[in-house]
Design a protein around this ligand. Structure first.
Ligand code: NIG
Ligand code: FE
Length: 427
Protein backbone atom coordinates (compact mmCIF):
# COMPACT_ATOMS: atom_id res chain seq x y z
CA UNK A 1 0.00 0.00 0.00
CA UNK A 2 1.33 3.44 -0.92
CA UNK A 3 0.42 6.06 1.66
CA UNK A 4 -0.41 9.67 0.80
CA UNK A 5 2.06 11.09 3.30
CA UNK A 6 4.78 10.15 5.78
CA UNK A 7 5.95 12.64 8.40
CA UNK A 8 9.29 11.53 9.87
CA UNK A 9 12.11 12.80 12.06
CA UNK A 10 9.80 14.10 14.81
CA UNK A 11 12.28 14.49 17.71
CA UNK A 12 9.34 13.76 20.05
CA UNK A 13 6.21 12.21 18.58
CA UNK A 14 3.73 12.83 21.38
CA UNK A 15 0.87 10.42 20.74
CA UNK A 16 -1.44 10.79 23.80
CA UNK A 17 -2.53 7.27 22.82
CA UNK A 18 -4.93 5.74 25.29
CA UNK A 19 -6.72 2.77 23.73
CA UNK A 20 -9.08 1.96 26.63
CA UNK A 21 -10.84 5.31 27.17
CA UNK A 22 -9.81 8.63 28.68
CA UNK A 23 -6.66 8.82 30.77
CA UNK A 24 -7.27 9.23 34.49
CA UNK A 25 -5.26 9.56 37.69
CA UNK A 26 -1.53 8.85 37.40
CA UNK A 27 -1.98 7.75 33.77
CA UNK A 28 -2.54 11.43 32.88
CA UNK A 29 1.20 11.96 33.46
CA UNK A 30 2.05 9.81 30.46
CA UNK A 31 1.72 11.31 26.97
CA UNK A 32 3.09 8.31 25.05
CA UNK A 33 6.25 9.81 23.50
CA UNK A 34 8.06 8.07 20.63
CA UNK A 35 11.60 9.43 20.19
CA UNK A 36 12.48 10.12 16.53
CA UNK A 37 8.90 9.28 15.58
CA UNK A 38 7.03 9.06 12.31
CA UNK A 39 3.48 8.61 11.05
CA UNK A 40 2.05 7.31 7.79
CA UNK A 41 -1.26 8.73 6.53
CA UNK A 42 -3.71 7.62 3.85
CA UNK A 43 -7.16 9.00 3.04
CA UNK A 44 -6.99 11.37 6.01
CA UNK A 45 -6.34 8.61 8.56
CA UNK A 46 -3.16 7.48 10.36
CA UNK A 47 -2.20 4.09 8.93
CA UNK A 48 0.95 3.54 11.02
CA UNK A 49 2.74 5.19 13.96
CA UNK A 50 6.27 4.32 15.10
CA UNK A 51 9.92 5.34 14.95
CA UNK A 52 11.25 6.94 11.77
CA UNK A 53 13.35 3.82 11.11
CA UNK A 54 10.29 1.54 11.41
CA UNK A 55 7.94 3.65 9.32
CA UNK A 56 10.45 4.55 6.57
CA UNK A 57 11.64 0.91 6.48
CA UNK A 58 8.14 -0.57 6.11
CA UNK A 59 6.00 1.97 4.24
CA UNK A 60 6.03 4.06 1.08
CA UNK A 61 4.28 7.39 0.50
CA UNK A 62 3.62 9.83 -2.31
CA UNK A 63 4.92 12.69 -0.15
CA UNK A 64 7.46 12.91 2.68
CA UNK A 65 7.65 15.69 5.27
CA UNK A 66 10.79 16.00 7.39
CA UNK A 67 9.80 17.40 10.81
CA UNK A 68 13.46 18.35 11.32
CA UNK A 69 13.62 17.08 14.89
CA UNK A 70 10.72 19.20 16.09
CA UNK A 71 8.00 17.93 18.43
CA UNK A 72 4.70 16.70 16.97
CA UNK A 73 1.53 16.55 19.11
CA UNK A 74 -2.11 15.63 18.36
CA UNK A 75 -4.45 18.31 17.06
CA UNK A 76 -6.18 19.87 20.07
CA UNK A 77 -9.79 19.02 20.85
CA UNK A 78 -11.90 21.82 22.34
CA UNK A 79 -14.93 20.17 23.97
CA UNK A 80 -17.02 23.23 24.95
CA UNK A 81 -17.52 26.38 22.86
CA UNK A 82 -20.20 28.96 22.14
CA UNK A 83 -18.81 30.49 18.93
CA UNK A 84 -22.01 31.01 16.92
CA UNK A 85 -23.21 34.47 17.88
CA UNK A 86 -23.50 38.04 16.64
CA UNK A 87 -22.02 41.18 18.19
CA UNK A 88 -19.59 41.34 21.10
CA UNK A 89 -19.62 42.10 24.80
CA UNK A 90 -16.93 44.79 24.94
CA UNK A 91 -19.08 47.06 27.13
CA UNK A 92 -19.60 44.24 29.60
CA UNK A 93 -15.81 43.68 29.65
CA UNK A 94 -15.36 47.25 30.84
CA UNK A 95 -18.24 46.98 33.35
CA UNK A 96 -16.61 43.89 34.85
CA UNK A 97 -13.25 45.66 35.12
CA UNK A 98 -15.08 48.32 37.14
CA UNK A 99 -16.50 45.64 39.46
CA UNK A 100 -19.79 44.39 37.97
CA UNK A 101 -20.53 40.67 38.52
CA UNK A 102 -21.29 38.22 35.66
CA UNK A 103 -24.55 36.92 37.21
CA UNK A 104 -25.77 40.46 38.08
CA UNK A 105 -25.23 41.60 34.47
CA UNK A 106 -27.25 38.56 33.32
CA UNK A 107 -30.06 39.25 35.84
CA UNK A 108 -30.25 42.84 34.55
CA UNK A 109 -30.95 41.61 30.99
CA UNK A 110 -27.36 41.90 29.75
CA UNK A 111 -24.73 39.18 29.38
CA UNK A 112 -26.04 36.13 27.56
CA UNK A 113 -29.36 37.92 26.92
CA UNK A 114 -27.65 40.80 25.09
CA UNK A 115 -25.96 38.26 22.80
CA UNK A 116 -29.37 36.62 22.29
CA UNK A 117 -30.81 39.91 21.00
CA UNK A 118 -27.98 40.27 18.47
CA UNK A 119 -28.10 36.61 17.41
CA UNK A 120 -31.85 36.63 16.84
CA UNK A 121 -31.45 39.67 14.58
CA UNK A 122 -28.58 38.19 12.53
CA UNK A 123 -29.00 36.24 9.29
CA UNK A 124 -27.69 32.71 8.89
CA UNK A 125 -25.01 33.99 6.48
CA UNK A 126 -23.84 36.63 8.99
CA UNK A 127 -23.58 34.03 11.74
CA UNK A 128 -21.66 31.65 9.47
CA UNK A 129 -19.19 34.35 8.43
CA UNK A 130 -18.54 35.43 12.02
CA UNK A 131 -18.14 31.86 13.29
CA UNK A 132 -15.79 30.91 10.41
CA UNK A 133 -13.51 33.72 11.58
CA UNK A 134 -13.54 32.29 15.11
CA UNK A 135 -12.81 28.77 13.82
CA UNK A 136 -9.85 30.20 11.90
CA UNK A 137 -8.49 31.65 15.16
CA UNK A 138 -8.93 28.30 16.93
CA UNK A 139 -7.18 26.51 14.07
CA UNK A 140 -4.30 29.01 14.26
CA UNK A 141 -3.92 27.85 17.90
CA UNK A 142 -3.84 24.17 16.88
CA UNK A 143 -7.45 23.05 17.46
CA UNK A 144 -8.68 20.50 14.91
CA UNK A 145 -11.87 19.26 16.60
CA UNK A 146 -14.44 21.22 18.59
CA UNK A 147 -17.91 21.14 20.04
CA UNK A 148 -20.25 24.10 19.38
CA UNK A 149 -23.37 24.91 21.39
CA UNK A 150 -26.54 26.74 20.47
CA UNK A 151 -28.01 28.84 23.28
CA UNK A 152 -28.14 32.40 21.93
CA UNK A 153 -31.56 31.88 20.33
CA UNK A 154 -33.74 30.79 23.25
CA UNK A 155 -36.70 30.50 20.89
CA UNK A 156 -37.40 27.55 18.62
CA UNK A 157 -36.67 29.25 15.30
CA UNK A 158 -33.40 30.90 16.35
CA UNK A 159 -32.14 27.75 18.08
CA UNK A 160 -32.81 25.82 14.84
CA UNK A 161 -31.10 28.58 12.86
CA UNK A 162 -28.01 28.09 15.07
CA UNK A 163 -28.09 24.34 14.43
CA UNK A 164 -28.16 24.91 10.66
CA UNK A 165 -25.21 27.30 11.04
CA UNK A 166 -23.26 24.66 12.99
CA UNK A 167 -23.86 22.11 10.22
CA UNK A 168 -22.75 24.60 7.56
CA UNK A 169 -19.55 25.27 9.53
CA UNK A 170 -18.77 21.56 9.76
CA UNK A 171 -19.23 21.15 6.02
CA UNK A 172 -16.90 24.04 5.24
CA UNK A 173 -14.14 24.15 7.81
CA UNK A 174 -11.20 21.78 8.40
CA UNK A 175 -12.08 21.70 12.10
CA UNK A 176 -14.31 18.71 12.83
CA UNK A 177 -17.41 19.95 14.70
CA UNK A 178 -19.84 18.29 17.11
CA UNK A 179 -23.23 19.97 17.83
CA UNK A 180 -24.81 20.59 21.24
CA UNK A 181 -28.34 21.91 21.84
CA UNK A 182 -28.32 24.45 24.67
CA UNK A 183 -31.78 26.02 24.61
CA UNK A 184 -31.53 25.88 28.43
CA UNK A 185 -28.71 28.47 28.48
CA UNK A 186 -30.73 31.32 30.04
CA UNK A 187 -34.37 32.17 30.65
CA UNK A 188 -35.41 34.37 27.70
CA UNK A 189 -37.12 37.76 28.33
CA UNK A 190 -40.50 36.38 27.14
CA UNK A 191 -40.44 33.89 30.05
CA UNK A 192 -38.74 36.14 32.61
CA UNK A 193 -41.34 35.37 35.29
CA UNK A 194 -42.07 31.83 34.14
CA UNK A 195 -38.90 29.72 33.88
CA UNK A 196 -41.02 26.57 34.35
CA UNK A 197 -43.03 27.54 31.25
CA UNK A 198 -39.79 27.93 29.27
CA UNK A 199 -38.57 24.48 30.38
CA UNK A 200 -41.94 23.09 29.26
CA UNK A 201 -41.40 24.69 25.85
CA UNK A 202 -37.90 23.19 25.67
CA UNK A 203 -39.14 19.70 26.56
CA UNK A 204 -42.36 19.74 24.55
CA UNK A 205 -41.30 21.56 21.39
CA UNK A 206 -37.65 22.59 21.12
CA UNK A 207 -35.93 19.27 21.90
CA UNK A 208 -38.19 17.26 19.55
CA UNK A 209 -37.67 19.81 16.74
CA UNK A 210 -33.91 19.77 17.33
CA UNK A 211 -33.84 15.98 17.23
CA UNK A 212 -35.84 16.02 14.00
CA UNK A 213 -33.26 18.44 12.54
CA UNK A 214 -30.40 16.17 13.69
CA UNK A 215 -31.99 13.08 12.15
CA UNK A 216 -31.92 14.77 8.75
CA UNK A 217 -28.46 16.32 9.17
CA UNK A 218 -25.13 14.97 7.97
CA UNK A 219 -24.12 14.57 11.63
CA UNK A 220 -26.60 11.70 12.00
CA UNK A 221 -25.52 10.18 8.67
CA UNK A 222 -21.85 10.10 9.69
CA UNK A 223 -22.58 8.95 13.28
CA UNK A 224 -21.52 12.14 15.08
CA UNK A 225 -23.40 12.34 18.41
CA UNK A 226 -25.80 15.14 19.39
CA UNK A 227 -25.79 16.52 22.93
CA UNK A 228 -28.28 18.42 25.08
CA UNK A 229 -26.88 20.82 27.68
CA UNK A 230 -28.22 23.06 30.49
CA UNK A 231 -26.80 25.91 32.59
CA UNK A 232 -27.59 25.01 36.22
CA UNK A 233 -27.07 28.21 38.20
CA UNK A 234 -28.75 30.99 40.15
CA UNK A 235 -30.64 33.26 37.74
CA UNK A 236 -30.63 30.40 35.19
CA UNK A 237 -31.99 26.83 35.74
CA UNK A 238 -32.39 24.77 38.92
CA UNK A 239 -32.00 21.04 39.49
CA UNK A 240 -35.72 20.36 38.96
CA UNK A 241 -35.45 21.97 35.51
CA UNK A 242 -32.36 19.90 34.74
CA UNK A 243 -34.11 16.66 35.73
CA UNK A 244 -37.03 17.47 33.41
CA UNK A 245 -34.79 18.50 30.52
CA UNK A 246 -32.50 15.45 30.91
CA UNK A 247 -35.48 13.06 30.92
CA UNK A 248 -37.00 14.59 27.79
CA UNK A 249 -33.64 14.77 25.97
CA UNK A 250 -32.46 11.27 26.86
CA UNK A 251 -35.76 9.73 25.75
CA UNK A 252 -35.29 11.32 22.31
CA UNK A 253 -31.73 9.97 21.98
CA UNK A 254 -29.57 12.95 23.03
CA UNK A 255 -26.42 12.36 25.09
CA UNK A 256 -26.28 14.73 28.08
CA UNK A 257 -23.97 17.54 29.16
CA UNK A 258 -24.34 20.21 31.82
CA UNK A 259 -22.82 23.52 32.93
CA UNK A 260 -22.60 22.97 36.70
CA UNK A 261 -20.92 24.54 39.73
CA UNK A 262 -19.61 27.57 37.79
CA UNK A 263 -20.49 29.85 40.71
CA UNK A 264 -22.91 27.91 42.94
CA UNK A 265 -23.22 24.27 43.94
CA UNK A 266 -26.87 23.36 43.24
CA UNK A 267 -26.20 19.60 43.11
CA UNK A 268 -25.65 19.58 39.35
CA UNK A 269 -22.48 17.48 39.41
CA UNK A 270 -24.23 14.69 41.28
CA UNK A 271 -27.20 14.86 38.92
CA UNK A 272 -24.92 14.84 35.87
CA UNK A 273 -23.01 11.76 37.05
CA UNK A 274 -26.19 9.95 38.10
CA UNK A 275 -27.76 10.78 34.71
CA UNK A 276 -24.72 9.29 32.93
CA UNK A 277 -23.85 12.63 31.30
CA UNK A 278 -20.93 12.36 28.89
CA UNK A 279 -19.38 15.41 30.61
CA UNK A 280 -20.03 17.93 33.36
CA UNK A 281 -18.39 21.29 32.78
CA UNK A 282 -17.00 24.18 34.93
CA UNK A 283 -16.92 22.41 38.37
CA UNK A 284 -15.52 25.35 40.35
CA UNK A 285 -17.86 24.64 43.26
CA UNK A 286 -17.86 20.81 43.09
CA UNK A 287 -17.81 19.10 46.53
CA UNK A 288 -15.37 16.38 47.65
CA UNK A 289 -18.22 13.88 47.70
CA UNK A 290 -19.13 14.73 44.10
CA UNK A 291 -15.45 14.43 43.07
CA UNK A 292 -15.53 10.85 44.43
CA UNK A 293 -18.73 10.14 42.48
CA UNK A 294 -17.21 11.57 39.31
CA UNK A 295 -14.02 9.52 39.75
CA UNK A 296 -16.07 6.32 39.96
CA UNK A 297 -18.12 7.18 36.86
CA UNK A 298 -17.66 7.25 33.08
CA UNK A 299 -18.42 11.00 32.98
CA UNK A 300 -15.57 13.36 32.01
CA UNK A 301 -15.00 16.46 34.19
CA UNK A 302 -14.31 19.49 31.95
CA UNK A 303 -12.58 22.41 33.66
CA UNK A 304 -12.38 25.94 32.25
CA UNK A 305 -9.46 27.98 33.58
CA UNK A 306 -9.92 30.60 30.84
CA UNK A 307 -13.23 31.56 32.49
CA UNK A 308 -11.57 32.21 35.84
CA UNK A 309 -8.71 34.08 34.17
CA UNK A 310 -11.16 36.22 32.22
CA UNK A 311 -13.05 37.01 35.42
CA UNK A 312 -9.82 38.04 37.13
CA UNK A 313 -10.41 35.30 39.70
CA UNK A 314 -7.79 33.63 41.86
CA UNK A 315 -9.94 30.56 42.58
CA UNK A 316 -10.14 27.76 39.99
CA UNK A 317 -11.93 24.42 39.69
CA UNK A 318 -10.05 21.86 41.85
CA UNK A 319 -8.58 19.99 38.89
CA UNK A 320 -5.50 18.79 40.82
CA UNK A 321 -7.72 17.21 43.46
CA UNK A 322 -9.93 15.70 40.76
CA UNK A 323 -7.00 14.06 38.95
CA UNK A 324 -5.56 12.77 42.24
CA UNK A 325 -8.97 11.27 43.03
CA UNK A 326 -8.97 9.41 39.69
CA UNK A 327 -11.34 11.60 37.63
CA UNK A 328 -10.93 11.84 33.84
CA UNK A 329 -10.32 15.58 33.48
CA UNK A 330 -10.51 17.55 30.22
CA UNK A 331 -9.69 21.17 29.43
CA UNK A 332 -11.59 23.63 27.26
CA UNK A 333 -11.45 27.28 26.24
CA UNK A 334 -15.26 27.73 26.52
CA UNK A 335 -14.71 30.29 23.70
CA UNK A 336 -17.68 32.68 24.03
CA UNK A 337 -18.29 36.44 23.99
CA UNK A 338 -18.86 36.83 27.74
CA UNK A 339 -17.16 34.58 30.23
CA UNK A 340 -14.20 33.43 28.08
CA UNK A 341 -13.40 35.20 24.79
CA UNK A 342 -10.46 32.86 24.12
CA UNK A 343 -9.82 30.64 21.07
CA UNK A 344 -6.61 29.05 22.39
CA UNK A 345 -6.26 25.62 24.00
CA UNK A 346 -2.51 26.35 24.57
CA UNK A 347 -3.66 29.34 26.67
CA UNK A 348 -6.05 27.10 28.65
CA UNK A 349 -3.18 24.64 29.20
CA UNK A 350 -0.78 27.41 30.27
CA UNK A 351 -3.25 28.67 32.89
CA UNK A 352 -4.13 25.14 34.08
CA UNK A 353 -0.45 24.38 34.71
CA UNK A 354 0.12 27.53 36.74
CA UNK A 355 -3.10 27.90 38.71
CA UNK A 356 -4.58 24.41 38.83
CA UNK A 357 -1.16 22.78 39.21
CA UNK A 358 -1.52 20.39 36.29
CA UNK A 359 1.74 19.01 34.98
CA UNK A 360 2.31 19.69 31.26
CA UNK A 361 1.50 16.04 30.48
CA UNK A 362 -1.78 16.20 32.38
CA UNK A 363 -2.73 19.41 30.56
CA UNK A 364 -1.93 17.91 27.15
CA UNK A 365 -3.95 14.74 27.77
CA UNK A 366 -6.78 16.96 29.06
CA UNK A 367 -6.79 19.03 25.84
CA UNK A 368 -6.56 16.05 23.47
CA UNK A 369 -7.65 12.49 24.26
CA UNK A 370 -9.75 13.31 27.33
CA UNK A 371 -11.39 16.22 25.53
CA UNK A 372 -12.28 13.89 22.66
CA UNK A 373 -13.96 11.51 25.13
CA UNK A 374 -15.88 14.46 26.61
CA UNK A 375 -17.63 14.84 23.24
CA UNK A 376 -18.03 11.17 22.36
CA UNK A 377 -15.24 11.15 19.77
CA UNK A 378 -12.54 9.26 21.66
CA UNK A 379 -12.57 6.36 19.22
CA UNK A 380 -11.65 8.45 16.16
CA UNK A 381 -9.97 11.62 17.48
CA UNK A 382 -7.72 13.04 20.19
CA UNK A 383 -4.53 11.02 19.78
CA UNK A 384 -1.98 9.92 17.20
CA UNK A 385 -2.87 6.27 16.67
CA UNK A 386 -3.37 4.06 13.61
CA UNK A 387 -7.05 4.25 12.58
CA UNK A 388 -7.71 7.75 13.93
CA UNK A 389 -8.26 10.92 11.87
CA UNK A 390 -4.86 12.32 10.94
CA UNK A 391 -4.88 15.58 12.93
CA UNK A 392 -1.59 16.87 14.31
CA UNK A 393 0.48 19.94 15.15
CA UNK A 394 4.14 20.28 14.24
CA UNK A 395 5.49 22.60 16.93
CA UNK A 396 8.03 25.33 16.57
CA UNK A 397 10.11 23.58 19.23
CA UNK A 398 12.02 20.39 19.94
CA UNK A 399 10.31 20.01 23.31
CA UNK A 400 6.51 19.68 23.44
CA UNK A 401 6.39 21.21 26.94
CA UNK A 402 7.17 24.56 25.33
CA UNK A 403 3.40 24.60 24.60
CA UNK A 404 2.63 25.33 28.25
CA UNK A 405 5.90 26.98 29.26
CA UNK A 406 5.72 29.83 26.78
CA UNK A 407 2.41 31.60 26.53
CA UNK A 408 0.76 34.31 24.48
CA UNK A 409 2.81 33.64 21.36
CA UNK A 410 2.71 31.40 18.32
CA UNK A 411 3.98 27.91 19.09
CA UNK A 412 2.72 25.91 16.15
CA UNK A 413 4.59 25.69 12.86
CA UNK A 414 2.00 23.67 10.96
CA UNK A 415 -1.38 22.01 11.60
CA UNK A 416 -2.72 19.04 9.66
CA UNK A 417 -6.41 18.10 9.75
CA UNK A 418 -7.52 14.91 8.07
CA UNK A 419 -4.01 14.47 6.73
CA UNK A 420 -3.87 17.81 4.92
CA UNK A 421 -2.69 21.33 5.79
CA UNK A 422 -5.70 22.64 7.72
CA UNK A 423 -7.54 25.64 6.37
CA UNK A 424 -10.94 27.30 6.20
CA UNK A 425 -12.17 25.63 3.04
CA UNK A 426 -11.34 22.01 3.47
CA UNK A 427 -12.50 20.97 -0.02
O1 NIG B 1 -19.87 28.49 29.78
N1 NIG B 1 -22.18 30.03 31.90
C1 NIG B 1 -22.87 29.99 30.93
N2 NIG B 1 -22.47 29.93 29.66
C2 NIG B 1 -21.19 30.30 29.16
C3 NIG B 1 -21.06 31.78 28.99
C4 NIG B 1 -21.83 32.30 27.85
C5 NIG B 1 -21.83 33.81 27.75
O2 NIG B 1 -21.47 34.51 28.71
O3 NIG B 1 -22.25 34.28 26.68
C6 NIG B 1 -20.07 29.68 29.95
O4 NIG B 1 -19.39 30.34 30.73
FE1 FE C 1 -20.28 27.29 28.41
Amino acid sequence: MVNDLIIHNAGQLVTCASPGGPRRGAAMQDVGIIADGAVAIKNGVFTAVGTSAEILGKYKAAELIDAEGRAVVPGFVDPHTHIVYAGDRLNEFELKIKGAEYLDILAAGGGIISTVRNTRAASEEELIAAALGRLDKMLACGTTVCEIKTGYGLDTETELKMLRVIEALDKRHSIKIVPTFLAAHAVPPEFKDDPDGYVELICGEMLPRAWEWYSGSHFATEGTPFFADIFCERNAFDIGHAVRMFDAAASLGFRLKAHVDQFTNLGGSRLGVESNAISIDHLDAISDEEIALLAASGTVGVVIPTENFNGGKTQFAPARKMIDAGCAVALTTDYNPGSAPCPSQPMAMAIACRYQKLLPAEALNAATINAAHAIGLGEKHGSIMAGKRADLNILDSHDWRMLMYEFGGKLIAETLAEGRPAKRNKG
